[in-house]
Design a protein around this ligand. Structure first.
Ligand code: CTP
Length: 408
């Protein structure tokens, strides 16, 4: 399923070199299933042509409030009434100033002003030179438009088209897509704090080698993203994985199980939900050699002794906050067989309200998965789906089990 299936978006472009990124954004939005109506200011059309945007959106572009194509000649009313959101990307300093004043002397600003403010959200992706971004007038105008109900997305930092370096670049298309998608998701965890562990751990035996496992971290990262989309403040404690951090998520990188425990214990005292997806190594070498263990020529393999790692989930579940009901703990079980029996037993052993079981070899490294949820009332299957979609379903299941939320 596409993330924006059935959504109707107005994509507004104002004057700025970042218009070239709006072409890519438009394509990405359409690819995710959104119907995109492009509206461009006169200045935007200096940077990119309406023809390009028409080809990418598959719909004629609007550039003027006097467009005779609308039977009632009120494009500003018609387009804004039909939209699930208006996204202005790039949003220039001048356009922000216009919005702050409530001016409406061309189609895009007119549409923003005429939109039903309680029903059609306005998202702005600012793009400008760093001095313009830092100028007190822009700061003032941004605060004003935010107060008037617009959602101001972030800006990037780095080299600018003008040759200067600093804040004010428009976010990349992929980042905007993630932010827009997140904005349009339901918010059952608004104001909640969520901690997620993800990925494998790596237990060193010497400075070169160690033991680890095949966990890719994808499920945990998807859960962190879904929790953030649902409105939560998220801390993601990640073992060694090659994944980029979901936007808006605070990531703490760790290597070993003991480091993961420390980072988790530092984060959970404030948390409302803890989701343990990490494939923590159950054992670590009893001692870590200070130097690489070398072959001694005898043909004898070294004998390694192991010691058990702390159980992070169990430690947290036995803590005061979880036992008082203030922290809702969710565990994962990766099994190879007898999923239901093992999942039930594991939930009881860990002393947690909810456990998500899956078949390890069918999920490690894959982009999709299926889950069996086990709680005190019984079992429920979440059918095979991409991990992000499954993560959103799991987050919804967690949200409805939180104190204060009635069971559906
Ligand atoms: N877990 C943890 N710390 C550990 C081990 C596991 O937090 N040291 C968490 C995992 O993140 C997961 C759950 O506990 O949520 C998995 O439980 P576990 O009993 O370790 O599962 P398996 O490793 O599959 O156990 P077993 O070998 O008994 O099947």
């Amino acid at each position: 399923m596409n993330d924006l299936q059935g959504k109707r978006l107005v994509l507004g472009l104002t004057g700025g070199i970042a218009c070239y990124k709006a072409a890519e954004l438009c394509r990405a939005l359409v690819k995710e299933g959104a119907a995109v109506q492009v509206v461009m200011t006169e200045a935007a059309a200096q940077f990119i042509t309406p023809v390009t945007m028409q080809a990418l959106s598959g719909q004629p572009v609007y550039t003027s409030q006097w467009d005779g194509r609308e039977a009632n000649n009120m494009a500003h009313i018609n387009l804004s009434r039909e939209a699930d959101a208006i996204v202005v990307a790039p949003c220039s300093a001048d356009f922000i100033a216009k919005l702050a004043l409530g001016r409406a002397d061309e189609l895009l600003s007119l549409m923003c002003l005429a939109r039903p403010i309680g029903r059609v959200p306005l998202l702005l992706a600012p793009a400008m030179n760093r001095e313009m971004w830092a100028h007190p007038a822009t700061r003032r105008n941004l605060a004003q438009v935010a107060q008037d109900g617009a959602t101001v997305l972030g800006v990037g930092s780095g080299d600018q088209a003008c040759g200067e370096t600093g804040d004010g670049r428009m976010l990349e298309a992929a980042e905007l897509l993630e932010d827009i998608t997140a904005f349009l998701q339901p918010k059952p965890l608004r104001g909640q704090r969520v901690v997620v562990t993800a990925g494998p751990t790596f237990e060193a035996m010497d400075p070169i080698r160690g033991i680890t496992n095949h966990s890719s971290g994808k499920m945990g990262f998807a859960i962190a993203r879904a929790a953030r989309e649902a409105g939560a403040q998220v801390t993601l404690v990640a073992g060694p994985v090659h994944l980029s951090t979901p936007r808006g998520v605070q990531r703490v990188d760790v290597t070993s199980a003991r480091q993961m425990l420390q980072a988790t214990l530092a984060a959970v005292p404030e948390a409302d939900v803890f989701v343990a997806t990490a494939a923590v190594a159950d054992w670590r070498p009893a001692s870590e050699a200070g130097e690489k263990i070398k072959k001694d020529g005898s043909g004898q393999a070294p004998v390694l002794a192991f010691t058990e790692n702390p159980d992070i989930l169990q430690t947290v579940a036995q803590g005061e906050r979880a036992r008082s009901g203030a922290l809702f703990c969710v565990g994962f079980a990766a099994e190879s067989h007898d999923l239901l029996a093992h999942a039930r037993a594991k939930r009881a052993r860990k002393g947690i309200p909810l456990l998500a079981g899956n078949i390890g070899p069918l999920t490690f490294g894959q982009d999709d998965n299926q889950l069996l949820l086990v709680d005190e009332h019984g079992e429920q299957e979440l059918p095979r789906a991409p991990k992000l979609q499954l993560a959103r379903m799991l987050i919804a299941e967690i949200a409805r089990r939180l104190p204060g939320n009635l069971p559906a």
